[in-house]
Design a protein around this ligand. Structure first.
Ligand SMILES: [Zn+2]
Length: 255
């Protein structure tokens, strides 16, 4: 394809995608037919589904997703999932490890109560610069979630695409966010999720930086299931929205 056409096509796709993201039920309906071609997992594999905001109107939908996954296999904490990758814990079938990105206030009000009630562990990847802003958690909220047993990781300070940043800036996004979350929560932060998280949004440079900063895991948004022996420094996660029907979930979480 001629480059300008390719760029235009990509921009059109991005425009469509961001319009659909704002209307998650419509997005779910559009994705659903492709789910006919896929099945929810039935063979051994470690899946890392993740969400962003969980508005109150989607609380029942999140429950439905989690019930569906729980019927298929256990929900592991981030620590337990890393143990599976390291071969220290057996992969007995499909297994799931849940995470949430950014710093949404609805984690406190909607997601956490559901997770606690359903006994589902979760990792919260916090964009430290969002904390305290309208619509987002405060540090006090984060401390309460940590005290309730949820894990915390870093999702940078400013949520910029790391591959767009020079070395010093990208390095600061990784190190300063880690330090701030550690200082505010009084817990060690070992886990990192890259903003946007596709192969154009992060790569070898960012993984090397994360290692230097002291992270033990690096999460992307590439989708395929993971298996023992694979590196925790390139975790593949499956982005979901609670508003999606299970048929749409099947396009992301499948064998
Ligand atoms: Zn994000």
């Amino acid at each position: 394809m001629h480059p300008p056409t390719a760029i235009k096509k990509r921009l059109n796709e991005l425009g469509l995608r961001s319009r659909l993201r704002a209307r998650p039920r419509a997005q779910g309906r559009i994705l659903a037919p492709a789910g006919l071609l896929r099945r929810l997992p039935s063979t051994p594999g470690l899946y890392f589904p993740f969400y962003h905001d969980v508005a109150a109107e989607y609380g029942a939908d999140l429950r439905r997703h989690l019930r569906t996954l729980q019927r298929i296999g256990p929900m592991l904490s981030w620590d337990e999932a890393l143990a599976v990758l390291a071969g220290e814990r057996e992969l007995t079938g499909p297994m799931f490890c849940l995470s949430f990105d950014d710093a949404h206030l609805t984690w406190r009000d909607v997601a956490a109560p559901i997770l606690l009630e359903m006994r589902v562990p979760a990792m919260f990847f916090v964009t430290s610069g969002l904390v305290g802003r309208p619509g987002n958690l405060t540090w006090s909220d984060c401390r309460q979630l940590a005290a309730a047993g949820f894990a915390f990781g870093s999702h940078t300070i400013t949520h910029q695409r790391l591959t767009d940043q020079d070395d010093d800036t990208a390095e600061r996004e990784l190190t300063d966010s880690k330090r701030e979350i550690e200082d505010e929560l009084g817990v060690a932060v070992h886990d990192f999720a890259a903003p946007y998280g596709s192969a154009v949004d992060c790569g070898e440079r960012e993984v090397a930086m994360a290692r230097r900063a002291g992270y033990r895991s690096f999460a992307t948004t590439l989708r395929p299931a993971m298996h023992p022996g694979e590196s925790p420094m390139w975790i593949r996660r499956q982005g979901l929205h609670p508003a999606w029907p299970i048929m749409a979930v099947r396009t992301r979480v499948h064998d």
